[in-house]
Design a protein around this ligand. Sequence first.
Ligand code: AVJ
Length: 327
Amino acid sequence: LPPARDTAPPEAGAAAPRGLAADALAGLSGSPKRLSSKYFYDDRGSRLFERIMRLPSYYPTRVEAAMLRRHARDLLDALDTGGSPIEMLELGSGDGRKTLALCRAWLKAGAELVYRPMDISAQALDQLSARMARQLPALAVHPLCGDYFQTWPIPSARRRQVALFLGSNLGNFTDEEARRFLRRVRAHLRRGDSLLLGLDLRKDPHTVLAAYDDPEGVTAAFNLNLLRRLNRELGMDFDLDRFRHYASYCPLQGVARSFLVSQARQTVRSALLRREFHFGAGEFIYTEQSQKYERAGVEAMAADTGFELRAWFEDPALPYALVACRA
Ligand code: AVJ
């Protein structure tokens, strides 16, 4: 299988990665049917996600970018590095667009900084390197391509590590997966190192729902692209016209969820898996969850995974948080 191209969370913090074939076989055989959102990001999916980030209704990207600019200095202060040089590790940097402003502000504040963007997309990292060389040539950039925890560099004795996990990418994990992921991050940090999280917060359910159900239909295309990918990579024969994107938001749990709903009774085959899968009319595949957080929950999660919450910046207009945690 070709490697996934990604601007978002590459790994489900869960057990050993099983790959698309095994995950699809298990996910489409069970009830309810499910496919992991980590498979959204092939080339086409990554391009669709770029378009999502520019949609008027998809607020998280814009809000977070503005907050990173506004709170760059405060975040640096919250790290409390005592002037030590910083090694910034960004988990899932993508093309690094939003991190540029943060790096620029930190350099301007006199921080000594090495930036290590990590991503599973070599293409995104190439774009990032070119962008940084053009717009911030003073910054030392050392990209790392692959799985975060396999490529995590040996920490330098004189540098403070600062791990960044932005874009509310944590929200794609279940609570249990998120905790496992944070514990793994913590295991790669030393005491006094930091983790910066960007997390979408609970807000008017209409606003959240609109972010996952745009009238332009880009999110629908993004979701349906998963079936296109299975057709290509597993020799399946999904008819994309016979499935429909359905988005929901539950204000009780603070979770947005996406589904693909079968519009008829139908059977789909996979040449590669040598299997067929039956769908009833109205039967769905559960494809994604995006958790919306609240402060108390984040504090508990940080404490449970070996972090101490040091600073919390919140956009009051469209609730979103930048959170500085200390290992
Ligand atoms: C990149 C995982 C944060 O869940 O909001 C956007 C992905 N899915 N629209 C999110 C996504 C549908 C996004 N994350």
